[in-house]
Design a protein around this ligand. Structure first.
Ligand SMILES: Cc1cc2nc3c(=O)[nH]c(=O)nc-3n(C[C@H](O)[C@H](O)[C@H](O)COP(=O)(O)OP(=O)(O)OC[C@H]3O[C@@H](n4cnc5c(N)ncnc54)[C@H](O)[C@@H]3O)c2cc1C
Length: 514
């Protein structure tokens, strides 16, 4: 019997394991379905897409998307120590302060920006976020072109999000610095923390209305672990799946799959939001893009000096802009990558060039994660219903038009060759045939106080005892930025709540800021 079992060693799970085991009297068990994070491509920032469809990737795909020409969109998610922070693009851009304030207004008491800010600051301090070591000349030209266009320099922080900047990164001296590096590894020596990899949790066990442990498959054997509290940190796809497999969710869905109902919660798996992005691909006249990042000399530079093209996180700069003057904060991000990011990152670039990815920051479309079967090893059905709200397509098209205008601006214009995509294709058709995820799913175990909320503002599953969800799935809406840092901030505060410190009252301060 342990005090706390944390399911999933991803961004949130690593924070929880580290912070909770600071209490020497608390026995913490961290269970991770994936393995150790030893692959070299995890450490090398520019290699992140080499991890796609490997053994460290859950390798999900959406159901065919009606408004994306019937395509299934590839959804990588980390299945390894560090979770998605071990294969993400390392961009440290947490969104807008308005995101947190709107969550609080929707019933997430205690999560307004002034309450959340100290926890985000704590996460940023723990990670020691870095500036790009060797930004590509194409990226510098993009930033200058944006300035020339009238987009001013900003910090890309929650209180200064309008503008353009080189992307701050979760790297340490040119190497990826995941949540496992920053949080878990320093805590591994503690006698009260046990971390198990290749341990796939298949359901939560209940007695009455109280979670008492989990069922886990380790080395092919099914075992049970008893715990005082169960914390799900499996991410926005797997946490709702695990709740459903455990009998917590919409009754008719559970009945369809023959799963005994433990507690009806209609919101489990609902309200899925994600960032959709459509990238324009432009060939370049310089021979200096990341196309040549794999040369042996670059590997040598990285190995010996932690410098050069392999330190690139690919998304090297970002401009946050408004598609209309009446929106309260940026609703479009233009992400610059000094490489042709082709076919969802699954195909090698065809030559030198760059990509401007237009990101729909505030989608109105939302979807679901539902069970395909009662088999815990069967991937769930992921249906983000991208572009089901027609205004999303309109915003994305406006963003792409703006991206094109930036390419036409000096000094970028002189380095640009022909536009490879969309070229002459109509922009709406281009979006439908090419748009992909920016990998930021949230909302499937949404926090709040209404009847469709899955967790309350202290992240306890509503109507049950001894069970919390702490990961990106609890966000009521997708933030206007990238989701890694907000997830860490949520987990920092959740750890305080579990330790009985972070009162939900507005204005709560962390006990200490590391
Ligand atoms: C390719 C990619 C690029 C991204 N780029 C960025 C970026 O540049 N900047 C940014 O801010 N965000 C980025 N993100 C998003 C960000 O990384 C995630 O939002 C964040 O890591 C989510 O954290 P989490 O704790 O919710 O889930 P995860 O980090 O995904 O962790 C979930 C963990 O739980 C484990 N798990 C799941 N089910 C079980 C089970 N049943 N039993 C045991 N273990 C289980 C998983 O294996 C995983 O380790 C990116 C994501 C991806 C995939």
């Amino acid at each position: 019997m342990v005090d706390t079992v944390v399911v999933g060693a991803g961004s949130a799970g690593c924070v929880l394991a580290s912070r909770l085991s600071e209490d020497a009297g608390r026995e913490v068990l961290l269970l991770e379905a994936g393995g150790q994070d030893t692959r070299r491509e995890i450490a090398i920032p520019a290699a992140f897409s080499k991890l796609f469809k490997s053994e460290v990737d859950w390798d999900y795909g959406t159901v065919p998307q009606e408004h994306l020409a019937g395509r299934s969109v590839y959804w990588p998610r980390g299945k390894v120590l560090g979770g998605s922070s071990s294969l993400n693009a390392m961009m440290a851009i947490p969104g807008s302060s308005l995101d947190w304030d709107s969550w609080a207004q929707l019933g997430a008491a205690g999560w307004a920006w002034r309450d959340a800010q100290p926890y985000l600051a704590r996460a940023e301090t723990t990670l020691e976020i870095e500036e790009q070591r060797d930004p590509n000349p194409l990226t510098l030209a993009f930033v200058e072109a944006a300035h020339a266009f009238g987009i001013h320099h900003c910090h890309l922080t929650p209180e200064s999000l309008d503008g353009v900047r080189l992307t701050p990164v979760t790297e340490r001296r040119g190497r990826r610095w995941s949540a496992a590096d920053a949080y878990l590894r320093p805590a591994l020596g503690r006698p009260n923390l046990t971390v198990e990899t290749d341990a796939h949790v298949t359901r939560v066990l209940f007695e009455g209305g109280c979670a008492v442990g989990v069922e886990v498959v380790r080395g092919g054997r099914t075992e049970t672990v008893r715990a005082g509290e169960v914390v799900l940190a499996g991410g926005a796809v797997n946490s709702p799946q695990l709740l459903l497999l455990s009998g917590v969710g919409p009754a008719e869905q559970l009945e369809r799959h023959g799963i005994p109902l433990v507690h009806e919660l209609r919101g489990v798996g609902a309200h899925l939001e994600d960032h959709l992005t459509g990238g324009i691909l432009v060939s370049s006249t310089t021979g200096d893009s990341l196309y040549t990042a794999e040369k042996p000399l670059e590997l040598l530079r990285w190995l010996l000096l932690r410098r050069g093209k392999l330190t690139s996180n690919v998304g090297e700069a970002a401009a946050f802009v408004r598609s209309r003057p009446d929106v309260p904060a940026p609703d479009v991000e233009i992400l610059f990558a000094p490489v042709l990011f082709e076919e969802e990152g699954l195909a090698p670039p065809r030559g030198h060039g760059f990509t401007l990815g237009t990101v729909l920051l505030q989608p109105r479309s939302s979807g679901t994660v539902t069970l395909r079967s009662a088999d815990p090893f069967d991937p769930p059905a992921i249906d983000p219903r991208y572009l089901s709200d027609p205004s999303d397509l309109d915003t994305l098209v406006r963003g792409i038009e703006l991206a094109r205008r930036l390419v036409a601006q000096e000094p970028l214009a002189s380095l640009a060759g022909p536009e490879l995509e969309p070229g002459d294709a109509p922009l709406d058709e281009f979006v439908r045939s090419r748009a992909q995820t920016l990998y930021h799913p949230v909302g499937t175990c949404r926090m709040g106080k209404d009847e469709n909320a899955v967790v309350d503002p202290e992240l306890r599953v509503r109507g049950l005892e001894g069970l919390r969800v702490v990961d990106a799935s609890v966000m009521p809406h997708v933030p206007r930025g990238h989701t890694h840092l907000p997830t860490l901030a949520i987990a920092e505060r959740a750890a305080e709540l579990i330790r009985g410190r972070g009162a939900a009252a507005s204005g709560a301060q962390p006990a200490s800021v590391a």
